[in-house]
Write a protein that binds this ligand. Structure first.
Ligand code: PMP
Ligand code: GLN
Length: 382
């Protein structure tokens, strides 16, 4: 977590956003939208502040939000979740991940994730004293090999931590893969932690929460965030749901992390979770159109790309343009095209970095005119 000289290293996302600012480039690096979300949600936050919802909320979360999360799980996935005991509101999905890992992991326990993996996973597993085992995702389509997944999970595995839809690759895992994870978790008595922050951002494929599979719910912690669904990444409202004793264990850690968070934003997100189905289909359709604009731009610029089925991100191969190292390409890209992306090496372990060396992640959660401008600038590369 520290650089060789003892300084704190900036996350790749902060570093790339700073690079975009410094060079005046289009920031397709850090994944955050450049437009506000639904007006009702913004207005509900203003109203909550005006109404004096400005002090510590209850430790598990504002009951208005807990109820809305419970209704959301029933409406979209047919899940019955007790708002009083089976849900915890957190400071973003990040705190949900942190509290879960710190609560459930003993030093020396193993955590299995796919690779590439969201950067926080590596840091949090290290904070928890865990050993990180990864299962590489392979081209085409960034899919796991069954044999490699089976080999990675053992009786030493405490947590299988998945991210579906997946950042950085945009993969939506098949039901067969999810079922295999449940089978392995049962066989080795592991828990499943699933980060589903992009749950409403899939394109033409349904989102299947792993907890809905037979035998999964008893051992699954499901994590989500309002940031991606309502374009409120800066509000840091996230949540998790799990069997009541597991939620209690995670709450015991959360109380010493943030204690509580975001009082006026909690009822505002509850308002968002109650928006009609048309809102949810609308955000996915809208984002799919943006994905298509960026995909076309990248292809025209000469990149080989993997078209994502979900999330904010598209992976392009800089090798097609003669760069073996995505990191080197990303450093040069502001000058070459006035665009910023993130090298996939930021999401990898030293053991598997070579597999992803030439790949770069671009975010398409931006206004269409911004993506079109990026496409025009990238076209000059080839
Ligand atoms: N998990 C994944 C896969 C993410 O992409 C992100 C952020 N973009 C997070 C967790 C963090 O979410 P939050 O901002 O709600 O902490
Ligand atoms: N999750 C966002 C991304 O992948 C960034 C969040 C962050 O900066 N930590 O780009």
């Amino acid at each position: 977590l520290l650089a060789a000289d003892g300084s704190v290293t900036a996350s790749i996302f902060a570093e790339m956003s700073a690079l975009a600012m410094r060079t005046g480039s289009i920031n397709l690096g850090q994944g955050f939208p450049d437009e506000d979300g639904p007006a009702e949600v913004l207005e509900a936050a203003r109203q909550a502040i005006a109404d004096g919802v400005n002090q510590y909320p209850p430790g598990r979360g504002d009951p208005i939000l807990l109820d809305a999360i419970s209704r959301h799980q029933l409406r979209f996935y047919g899940l019955t979740v007790d708002p009083a005991t089976e849900i915890l509101v957190t400071a973003g999905a990040t705190e949900a991940l942190a509290a879960t890992i710190l609560a459930l992991l003993e030093p020396g326990d193993e955590v299995v994730t796919f690779e590439p993996f969201y950067d926080a996973y590596g840091g949090l597993i290290a904070l928890g004293g865990g050993i990180h085992r990864t299962v590489p995702l392979h081209s085409p389509g960034f899919q796991p090999e069954e044999s490699e997944l089976r080999a990675a999970v053992s009786d030493r595995t405490r947590l299988i931590l998945i991210n579906n839809p997946h950042n950085p690759t945009g993969t939506v895992f098949s039901t067969e893969t999810l079922a295999l994870i449940v089978e392995l978790a049962h066989r080795h008595n592991a828990l499943i932690v699933t980060d589903e922050v992009y749950e409403h951002l899939t394109f033409g494929v349904p989102h299947i929460p792993i907890t809905t599979l037979p035998g999964a719910a008893e051992r699954t912690i499901t994590i989500s965030s309002a940031g991606k669904t309502f374009n409120t990444t800066g509000w840091k409202i996230g949540w998790l749901s799990a069997p009541a004793p597991i939620v209690t264990a995670i709450l015991a850690v959360k109380q010493f992390l943030s204690y509580v968070n975001g009082a006026p934003f909690q009822p505002a997100i509850a308002r968002g979770l109650d928006l009609p189905d048309s809102f949810y289909t609308g955000i996915a359709t809208d984002l799919a159109a943006k994905r298509d604009v960026l995909a076309e731009g990248l292809r025209t610029a000469g990149f080989e790309i993997t078209v994502p089925q979900g999330s904010y991100f598209i992976v392009a191969d800089a090798q097609s343009l003669g760069y073996a190292e995505g990191a080197e390409f990303c450093r040069a890209l502001p000058e070459l095209a006035g665009v910023v992306g993130v090298p996939l090496s930021a999401f990898t372990s030293p053991d598997h970095r070579h597999r992803y060396a030439s790949l770069v992640r671009f975010a398409y959660c931006k206004r269409v005119e911004v993506l079109e401008q990026a496409a025009t600038q990238l076209a000059g590369l080839s």
